[in-house]
Design a protein around this ligand. Structure first.
Ligand code: M6R
Length: 366
């Protein structure tokens, strides 16, 4: 069943290019998005989006927020499903509540969907499992076509969720006429190019394995990112906690000087997701300056940087390269080395990669 791979997780990471391609397939035609399954939801009538999810799915939600706000020109909030219904949130029929769940059975998310439904909001679920409870109870379902995900750690479902959210963001932009059609077409072309770039990123697997194998005694790892790199930093930290049982934290790079920089001591390993110098010059300069700050305090920096970005070289101890991609597409690539790193470090420690301790694939209790 593992098709020659050592673990389901390794197999599922290798399937990421297909997960993205299959999620796009049949939904894009001549530069426009058509999602027949959600035609019953009037996207032109919504004025606010509330995303609810847990864990990795919630990090995908944050990337969806950046895309939907930018393209759809409407406010988007992301909330952990288990926090959402205990604070009497404001909801109306023009609020689209988007739930994201690989399994479609996560109890926290299901209860939040029910809560939103009972209070008159329109509910849409992004789900990877056909006919799951959350899908059945929502007004519309946008399926991710990642294929069954067996490993407890979510990998290919994550990239498929981001893809589905981007398609939804562009569908909202079409319905609300917030973007010229040719710009929508350009974004769809960028998205269509992601699978091939993912295949390229997967080629760095050996390099990441060597890095992970050199870090089996590491007790703490930090992850820094800005803008779209921030949810990826959080995801990188979650993967490492889940799989390798190492203390890991993700931070927004700009938050460093507001506290976390006190953690930096000589030898502290820090992954930094570096924005593209071509597409995001200003952010790139800020992140390079963050790297300099931690480097001056002895941090050992592992940069995830675009191919050809030479500005990071003087400051990074290790550099993992990803292909050039526009800002919103970059996180789909940057997450892969972090998934591989957690997998390889766990494997090097002799841990069960597919069934980490204390965790279940689908959390069906609140
Ligand atoms: O099935 P769901 O997408 O609703 O699951 C949500 C989280 O429990 C899940 O993403 C969890 O964080 C994973 N173990 C992450 O690898």
């Amino acid at each position: 069943e593992k098709g020659g791979w050592d673990s389901f997780m390794a197999k599922e990471i290798s399937e990421e290019p297909e997960a993205v391609a299959n999620t796009i397939r049949g939904r894009v035609q001549d530069g426009t998005v058509t999602i027949p399954e959600i035609e019953g939801i009037d996207l032109a009538a919504i004025d606010r989006v509330l995303v609810i999810a847990c864990g990795t799915a919630a990090y995908a939600g944050t990337l969806g927020k950046y895309a939907m706000e930018m393209w759809g020109g409407l406010p988007v909030e992301v909330e952990l499903a288990h926090e959402f219904r205990y604070r009497h949130p404001f909801l109306s029929p023009s609020t689209l509540v988007v739930s994201i769940s690989q399994s479609g059975e996560t109890m926290d998310t299901l209860m939040a969907v029910r809560y939103a439904h009972e209070r008159g909001a329109t509910t849409l679920s992004i789900c990877n499992t056909q006919g799951a409870t959350i899908a059945r109870e929502s007004d519309g379902v946008l399926y991710t076509h990642a294929g069954p995900e067996v490993a407890v750690a979510s990998t290919k479902a994550f990239v498929a969720q981001i893809t589905a959210l981007y398609l939804l963001g562009l569908a909202i932009a079409q319905a609300r006429r917030t973007m010229p059609p040719e710009q929508i077409g350009e974004q769809l072309d960028e998205l269509a190019a992601v699978p091939e770039k993912l295949t390229e990123v997967l080629e760095s697997a050996d390099e990441v394995r060597t890095l992970a194998q050199s870090m089996t005694d590491t007790r703490s790892v930090l992850f820094l990112g800005r803008h779209v790199g921030y949810p990826i930093a959080l995801e990188g930290a979650l993967k490492l906690k889940e799989l390798a049982y190492i203390h890991a934290e993700g931070f927004a790079a700009g938050e460093l000087k507001h506290g976390p920089i006190a953690l930096i001591e000589p030898g502290q390993r820090v992954f930094v997701i570096v924005p593209s110098p071509r597409y995001a010059e200003e952010l790139h300069a800020k992140v390079v300056s963050n790297i300099q700050e931690i480097r001056a305090r002895g941090a050992h920096v592992i940069a995830i940087a675009e191919a050809g970005d030479v500005a990071v070289l003087p400051y990074a101890d290790d550099v993992i390269r990803i292909p050039l991609a526009s800002p919103l597409m970059e996180p789909l690539l940057a997450v892969v080395p972090l998934q591989l790193f957690a997998l390889e470090l766990a494997a090097a420690k002799g841990l069960d990669v597919d069934q980490p301790r204390n965790l279940a694939k689908s959390v069906t209790v609140e």
